[in-house]
Design a protein around this ligand. Structure first.
Ligand code: 6PG
Length: 233
């Protein structure tokens, strides 16, 4: 696991965007990327969109999502909706697999899992996965105490969660640890002072306490800003 510190969200976002460009250019064939939800990735999306369609081989890129809220794609809380506004529409991207948050969660999760296995094998091997981290140390929609945390067989599940970070009791669609750990490259983008305490616990504390610690693999990097890193030794 590698930790890189940057001055601010802008610099973290630029590092994430540049990695996307470099890794996609260096790849052969289809380049499967899972985008993160939440607010942190927005700026990276905007920077990628500003780079224009020729910055990387977008025709070979297929977009996936690590997780989704159980809302329609035009809902303000939709992770797909955020990516559509900030990245896909500006670049006219059409190759993607959307988690259908408006459908029955269990059925939507099974369908998405089938698509993922058909495209990336079992366990599915994604080329690049972007993840965020919540102030409770969760990543994707693997929330503390939720059933999907211990999932070892399934790759995408409907996960009932009850957390103030998720705005109370709800169900999320989420990729599971077996998929996140099988990815060729993982980039955590973490910014903001509200993440400082948990980031220290996740990166420097005992293993196995926080969901973000579950994610290991051949190339896991944490891009953190100064505010989030302020308690790191
Ligand atoms: C989601 C995310 C979630 C997110 C963290 C951080 O759908 O909420 O995938 O895991 O990455 O909650 O969210 P922020 O970037 O908004 O702080």
């Amino acid at each position: 696991m590698k930790i890189d510190r940057f001055a601010d969200l802008e610099a973290v976002s630029r590092a994430g965007a540049e990695d996307f460009v470099q890794l996609a250019r260096a790849s052969q064939g289809t380049f499967n990327v899972a985008l993160s939800g939440g607010s942190t990735p927005k700026r990276m999306h905007e920077l990628l969109a500003a780079m224009g369609r020729d910055a990387l081989p977008w025709d070979r890129v297929v977009l996936w999502w690590g997780d989704e809220r159980t809302v329609p794609p035009d809902h303000p809380d939709s992770n797909f909706g955020m990516a559509k506004r900030t990245l896909m529409d500006p670049l006219g991207l059409t190759r993607f697999h959307r988690m259908e948050g408006e459908r029955d969660p269990a059925a939507a999760a099974s369908d998405y899992e089938a698509q993922l296995v058909a495209a990336c094998g079992a366990p599915p091997v994604l080329d690049l996965v972007f993840l965020g981290m919540g102030p409770d140390g969760h990543t994707a929609s693997l929330f503390p105490g939720s059933p999907a945390v211990g999932e070892k067989q399934r790759f995408v599940v409907a996960n009932p969660v009850d957390s103030p970070v998720a705005k109370g009791k709800t169900t999320r669609l989420t990729m599971t640890a077996p998929v996140l750990c099988a990815a060729r490259h993982v980039r955590f983008l973490v910014a903001g002072a509200d993440k400082a305490k948990v980031l220290k616990a996740v990166l420097e504390g005992p293993r196995g306490r926080y969901l973000s610690q579950l994610v290991d693999g051949p190339d896991v990097r944490w891009y953190v800003d100064a505010a989030a890193a302020k308690e790191l030794s």
